[in-house]
Design a protein around this ligand. Sequence first.
Ligand SMILES: Cc1ncc(COP(=O)(O)O)c(C=O)c1O
Length: 439
Amino acid sequence: MEPDLQSYWMPFTPNRYFKQHPLLLESAAGMYYTTRDGQKILDGIAGLWCVNAGHCHPRIVAAVREQVGKLDYATAFNMGHAGAFALASELVKLAPGNLDHAFFVNSGSEAVDTALKIALAYHRVRGEGQRFRFIGRERGYHGVGFGGISVGGMVANRKAFASAMLPGVDHLPHTHDLARNAYSRGQPDHGVELADALERLIALHDPSTIAGVIVEPVSGSAGVLVPPKGYLERIRAICDRHGLLLIFDEVITGFGRTGSAFAAQTFNVQPDIMTVAKGITSGVVPMGAVLVDRRIYEACVNASGFPEQAVEFFHGYTYSGHPLACAAGLAALVVYRDEGLFARAASLAPVFADALHSLKGLPHVIDIRNIGLMGAVELEPRKAQPTLRALEVFRHCFANGVLVRTTGDIIALTPPLIIEPAQIEQIVTTLGKALKAVA
Ligand SMILES: Cc1ncc(COP(=O)(O)O)c(C=O)c1O
């Protein structure tokens, strides 16, 4: 029976168009989706930058199946279950530096809002409660909570809600520079000086009022904007100079996307707080986490000065550390390790880069960029019809069995880390044909 499409208000979707032209997925395995009408679709975007281990991985599926029959739900308030503690221990082993405590949430958006609250709580407990400001970045995407859209820099996600933003937020300039950096492979050469805008914002607001800076190490949703060489290092140094916490939003870049467990390791820059989600369970069960530096946990919990029986941090979710999410997360980490998927992403990165950059010169292509297994092809927008060209490319690819993602007039590719070189070729060949057809 065909489902009635009317009642579901779909997220980030042109609902009226979709309901005229529905795309319904029925099943998935490995690198492929199967649509409701039986078409096989090669997944070039890991679901939504999350299914890093490939679809319906048997070990993750088995772990979730077993868990749901054993302990379906357990509150994390005042009690727990072994899975949550085990997953926290495994996660912090993967994380760089002293990020050795994990706070569980259910999505990237919740991870971001939680990270901002942790930053405020940290400063307050140390007697610096006047540090209330955050610095985000233009074109940043940090989910859709009020905190996330406030520090985020995607105009469409903000404008309808401008009256309800967090106070005291300012933004760094984005780092996208087509004039100097088009067709960069890996980190672009130009733009380290854009980090100096942070010094100017700090001078404007006074460092004593700023809690922290939040950036995606690689902007994902804005279209794969790779940080210029030296940029993140400079942001880190400026934060250190003024006592600001540096938050890396690794919701997309975490779990192997850039060829290491986290982009912090790829770029060798250490954040104080890291937000993760998506790949934490390989997309199988919703989950996110905030990983915090030891000194933050120490200040907020062990050295807080609160009585031992008092709650130290008034925050958490009904589904924090949900047993199914923890089972999926533990299994995903085992799969990543046993199949060597992070190293696989690193070793496939040059193959992916060569394939992607072979599209240079095709109609309306104005930039191609990549890092690890994330890449983007930017198109010249049609006059007075922004985004339409990319949408047509998306539809053409889908009709020809390949799922890509569009953001504005940018085509983004972030395949599962299990992808084979021949499948990279198939994605790029299909995209190339679409670019020619749509031109
Ligand atoms: C960097 C980043 N942060 C946060 C989010 C929000 O995650 P979610 O959609 O799970 O709330 C996303 C989602 O794409 C993201 O890319």
